[in-house]
Design a binder for this molecule. Sequence first.
Ligand SMILES: Cc1cc2nc3c(=O)[nH]c(=O)nc-3n(C[C@H](O)[C@H](O)[C@H](O)COP(=O)(O)O)c2cc1C
Length: 327
Amino acid sequence: MQIAALLADNPYVLAPLAGYTDLAFRLLCREMGAALCFTEMISCHGLTYGQKNTLVLLKSNDRDRPLGVQLFGSDPKAMAQAASLISGEQADFIDINMGCPVRKVTRKGAGAALMKNLELAELIIRQVVAHSTLPVTVKFRSGWNSASINAPQFAQMAEKSGAAAVTVHARTWSQAFTGNADHQIIAQVTDSVSIPVIGNGDILSYRDGKQLLLDTGCTGVMIGRGTLGNPWVFSPQGRPETLSARLPVIQRHLELAEELLQVDKMLFRIKNHIGRYLSGLAGASRIRQEITRCATFADLKQYFQEIKNLTVNFDGLVKSRNMLKDG
Ligand SMILES: Cc1cc2nc3c(=O)[nH]c(=O)nc-3n(C[C@H](O)[C@H](O)[C@H](O)COP(=O)(O)O)c2cc1C
């Protein structure tokens, strides 16, 4: 599969977000307009050891395509082994995480630490490419810190090593998720390589995404935090202003979760997602308190069914009052 062709008509991509971008949320984002999705990062060791908690992260289905499975690790051999395992799974790309800032990951030389070790990064990419039947993409940051911005050189190394595309989160490791993304870095990377570049960092609306494409010449726009509570970000209309207009998406999220996730085990995560759909609405904190009180998934579903019935009645009431007024 060619990334440039895939993103030609619709360049919007859902970012990998650990703890959030499970199968249910990916499918919802696709229904809302995302052209391509990634799994959250998956440990190459967890995969090669067949750890149960790791294998759950691979869960996908036919509707979840095209899909990039993201791997992290610093051992080229284990990464290669994991890549060949994924090549037999439901996936279209293998993505290598070279941008994660979390210490637990960088301490072991993986994630963003690889931006300080181009030799090892190159070896990993080459090994993964050699052992994968799928195109390999690489996601990284602007650099380690402001004194060592090396995204353009890093992208050139990735291209030379066989990467089919790169994603640049335009922040350094030392920024983690603070400060502003510097989109100029994305433009510099785009100028430095001939493979497609997906730009990432601080895109909060469909319009922001269009602007990023114009400003940097990148091929795709990856959105992370901007999708949480707002999968409407993938459409030009954006998120509606009323609870009744948001409810169908909330209910769709619950429906997909029920179909595809172990809902009672993942109740905390599902509630976290659902709470975010309320942001900016009057009465949101009251509803969030009620969500917290739901002890089971069935309670949560029932609660939103009741809200739906209430809003339908309320909308009906407003309508008939207006009709009376107009009449
Ligand atoms: C909660 C959370 C989890 C993340 N998990 C991953 C991950 O598993 N793999 C990855 O490459 N990036 C991960 N990221 C980084 C995002 O993919 C993205 O690069 C970053 O949030 C910047 O984009 P944004 O400004 O649109 O959020 C994570 C970010 C957050 C906030």
